[in-house]
Design a protein around this ligand. Sequence first.
Ligand code: ATP
Length: 345
Amino acid sequence: DEITIVTVGSHTSLHILKGAKLEGFSTAVITTRDRDVPYKRFGVADKFIYVDKFSDISNDDIQQQLRDMNAIIVPHGSFIAYCGLDNVESSFKVPMFGNRKILRWEAERDLEGKILGESGLRLPKKLAKPEDIKGPSMVKFPGARGGRGYFVCASKEEFDAKVADFIKKGVLTESDVPNAHIEEYVVGTNYCIHYFYSPLYNRVELMGMDRRYESNIDGFVRIPAKDQMEIELNPSYVITGNFPIVIRESLLPQVFDMGDKLVDKAKDLVNPGMIGPFCLQSLCNENLELVVFEMSARIDGGTNTFMNGSPYSFLYHGENLSMGQRIAKEIKMALELGMEDKILY
Ligand code: ATP
């Protein structure tokens, strides 16, 4: 029977759907009436599944519709946010590409720290309490999604002053303060590294890299320093876009080693491990060490920088391969070999 590759129209759906079409699959997009424009204009979806609101995607009638079309879901960040992590883990009964159980490991900071730490990756040093702040530090509050409510400070006094200011402005409440996550501020260059683990080939592939374009910080740094001092503006780190990037070639052994280590550890900790796309968000310090401040255990938004292939994905087969098409290739091969159980969960 014909398989349909489906995802929610958002995040990375353009190349997920385009890639599926290029591999000969039929495609469908789940969307609301007011958000269907890109999928119509770019023509990447054969079918449209309309919902009144995105949180309806976990409803029984939508799930039934998906099963009726032999859907394989490719979950991305927005799919998981709209469906709800609990639903994705247990009550969304449609075949999905990748390991659903690993998604919680990126969503919860303790689990994320555990898997990255046990993999032996370099992480920003974590500080237990504000009194330990001795140099540039980044303070993150739970739920401060998109980095709004993050701040940088270099002492306990500065921490207290900034927290007080955020409370006054209503960005934080008193009860948030004990939940502050404080870590070393890594001064370095940003590389978000997009990998694909193929269970069929049993190998980790380097698919592409991006760096982030964040508001308002990337605008803030265009203001001359003396003017920055005068205007009272809090930086935020809300992602608005991405730039493609390549890393100096001598750092590639480190890049592959990091991906391999995480994939090995994930097999131990969250059977069947990291299947398909994942991303390590890193900063390269002056000693040329890649320090990982965040992971995505599924396709990351930065893969949109290589919808028509990246310098790295090109190297494998001389094709302009996107992450979406790479996923579709793995699904196609698994279906041909009768090995769906290695990639669908
Ligand atoms: P996302 O939407 O990407 O998941 P988020 O809200 O979880 O964002 P992070 O990705 O953790 O936030 O951080 C946002 C930004 O803050 C990063 O892109 C980076 O610019 C900066 N940042 C985070 N941690 C550090 C650190 N330890 N040192 C320096 N900069 C950092």
